[in-house]
Design a protein around this ligand. Structure first.
Ligand code: FO1
Length: 309
């Protein structure tokens, strides 16, 4: 069974890692959001790509979920002491990734080629594909601070401003990469990882052709909401600001154009009936993935289900 996983940052990388422990490299491609990408000190930072790649390479920081494990922050601390912008914490080892990526992009390589280079360097076997080689920076239009580039909203202002609108700038001229369209067309199943639908998955879905392909695929999602809370990040707050209850039903509704099945946590079984009434199957299990054993367990659970359809 060939699976294409759609992923954002920390939540997405956990399930992607679980799937990668079970599926052969030919059977799993991971398509990753690049709307969070930005430049800092001239360096091209691709946080979701890095989170997924570091996780699959067993290099990720287990405490934050992003960045490199056992990294030091000498450069960051020095910048901070000098009074330079220091709202985005780049570790010393992590900096090497951004420097090399920036160098290769300046040499004319595509982001897809740069990702392939890092996969090879860190012996990550499963393809990690940026959703596009075009720039589509996410802009958060807020009530208190106007339009903020995504990382300023997220890391600098800790997701505090109230969101009016989320805009994927440049989407009208962007294309999914050829590799992404190819893997989506060739796969049997698309797994939407438990990433933020509004910030991490919608950028992928907004690229031309992607939703049309998904309408003809078996699409299964894992809820990023458990017991009314987002496992990580601002999703529950974002829904509350729109006056929407953050439940797995909300997630199912968000993807209802193409979703066949959603995995929800056992503690959310009470919304299962509403999900079913929308014509979407639900499977309930423990969907928390604090460690590798749980990531593999959930991935195996999804694959077992997919073998029954
Ligand atoms: N998130 C923060 O909230 N603060 C940081 O200082 C920060 C640094 C950082 C460095 C490298 C990297 O790959 C990710 C980093 N993140 C940081 C996480 C990142 O902003 C978010 O994970 C995503 O963009 C949201 O998915």
């Amino acid at each position: 069974m060939k699976i294409t996983a759609l992923a954002g940052g920390v939540g997405g990388s956990k399930l992607a890692q679980g799937l990668s422990e079970i599926l052969a490299p030919d059977d799993l491609n991971i398509v990753v959001n690049t709307g969070d990408d930005f430049r800092f000190f001239g360096l091209y930072i691709s946080p979701d790509i890095d989170t997924v790649t570091y996780t699959l390479a067993n290099l990720s920081n287990p405490v934050t979920g992003w960045g490199v494990r056992e990294d030091t922050f000498n450069t960051f601390e020095t910048l901070k002491r000098n009074g330079s912008p220091a709202w985005f914490m780049l570790g010393d080892k992590d900096l090497a990734t951004h420097m090399e990526r920036t160098r290769q992009l300046a040499d004319g390589k595509t982001l897809t080629e740069v990702c392939r280079y890092f996969n090879k360097a860190w012996q990550v076997k499963h393809p990690i594909l940026p959703m596009t080689n075009d720039a589509v920076p996410t802009i958060i239009d807020t009530i208190e601070m106007g339009k903020l580039p995504f990382q300023e909203y997220f890391a600098k202002h800790h997701c505090e401003p109230t969101i009016k609108q989320v805009v994927f700038q440049g989407m009208e001229n962007a294309k999914a990469s050829p590799e992404v369209l190819e893997t989506l067309q060739a796969c049997d199943v698309v797994v939407i990882c438990p990433s933020n639908p509004l910030l991490s998955i919608d950028p992928i879905l907004s690229l031309p052709q992607v939703k049309d392909i998904l309408r003809n695929k078996y699409v299964v999602a894992v809820s990023p909401i458990i017991g009314g809370k987002a496992v990580k990040g601002p999703l529950a707050k974002m829904y509350a600001e729109k006056g929407i209850d953050p439940t797995p039903y909300t997630i199912a509704e968000h993807y209802k154009d193409f979703l066949k099945c959603i995995f929800i946590d056992t503690q959310d079984e009470n919304v299962g009936k509403d999900i079913q009434q929308s014509g979407i199957i639900f499977q309930s299990t423990d969907i928390m993935m604090p460690d590798l054993a749980n990531r593999k367990r959930l991935a195996q659970n999804i694959i077992n289900y997919l073998e029954t359809i």
